[in-house]
Design a protein. Structure first.
Length: 289
């Protein structure tokens, strides 16, 4: 019974093994990025950038069809362009950066859908918006694994200055540190991982596997290392559970993975030992002399 429920789908079907491998790779790269985004109060920036990649990916689709390389390059260029444009507008006008990002994200989403509709069918649009995790090929898996590897190595180098920026955004500038380089590098890593998530879960859900595990981890750990570890566990576990739910109930895989992470987040709010609702309403223990 347990074999049929948990193991059989992956043992019998190669596409399920590919989907799991791809989802795990996305989680390994995206979950630590999500934790740092949350600590830097950039969660909504991640959501905006996830939508910002759509026009570039859509243009690659319009010119080359559902081809990994053009859609990836287009997505990376579009995501970075929107992030830089939003920053320029925020620094040179009265518009704040969050409002600027929201405006560009809405324009990008509408433009991307329009570009896809020029050539593709409703099925193609659904694939781009919600991903094709069950149809990952060798090239896609190599890209997802490569992104996770590059992200892990880059974070190992950049983690200390990133943490310093989380505590005091102006500190690195005052002491002559690489603040601008670190910020731009983090933006590049964020876009790369959102494009990787786009390959598996689509542009509308890519940010889910990045931010939901990170938000859940905040209720289970006090330290950065602990939060990253919990976020990785939640991301990988949600990928496994979501794919199994998708297989047994014949529902869309991308939404199933994201909803699995969402359930963990809701449970974490209730019972997480770090500021969870249940712990906040329990009577506090008082020490006796």
């Amino acid at each position: 019974m347990l074999y049929d429920l948990l193991i059989s789908p992956f043992a019998e079907y190669a596409f399920m093994r590919r989907a799991l491998a791809g989802s795990v790779a996305v989680s390994i790269g995206a979950a630590p990025i999500g934790v740092i985004m949350m600590l830097r109060r950039m969660s909504l920036v991640g959501d905006a950038m996830a939508h910002a990649i759509l026009p570039g990916a859509a243009l690659g689709f319009l010119l080359f069809g559902l081809n990994l390389l053009p859609m990836t390059v287009g997505g990376v260029v579009a995501g970075l362009a929107v992030a830089l444009l939003a920053g320029v507008v925020a620094r040179n006008t009265i518009i704040r950066e969050d409002a600027s990002l929201a405006a560009f994200y809405l324009i990008s989403l509408a433009l991307g859908v329009l570009i896809i509709s020029l050539k593709g069918s409703a099925v193609d649009l659904m694939h781009v918006l919600f991903g094709t995790v069950l149809a990952l090929d060798d090239a896609a898996l190599v890209y997802l694994a490569g992104t996770a590897t590059v992200t892990s190595l880059a974070l190992a180098v950049m983690l200390r200055p990133l943490v310093a920026e989380c505590v005091d955004p102006g500190f690195l500038g005052v002491v002559g540190g690489p603040g601008t380089f670190v910020h731009l590098g983090f933006l590049v890593l964020s876009v790369l991982n959102l494009v990787a998530g786009f390959q598996a879960l689509g542009t509308l859900l890519a940010v889910g596997i990045m931010m939901l595990p990170a938000a859940s981890a905040r209720f289970w750990a006090h330290t950065l290392e602990g939060m990253i570890g919990v976020a990785l566990a939640v991301g990988i576990g949600s990928s496994l559970v979501g794919l199994l739910v998708s297989y047994h109930l014949s529902v869309a895989s991308g939404p199933a993975v994201t909803l699995s992470a969402g359930v963990v987040y809701l449970v974490s709010i209730l019972i997480g030992p770090v500021s969870g609702v249940m712990w906040s309403i329990l009577p506090k223990r008082h020490r006796t002399a």
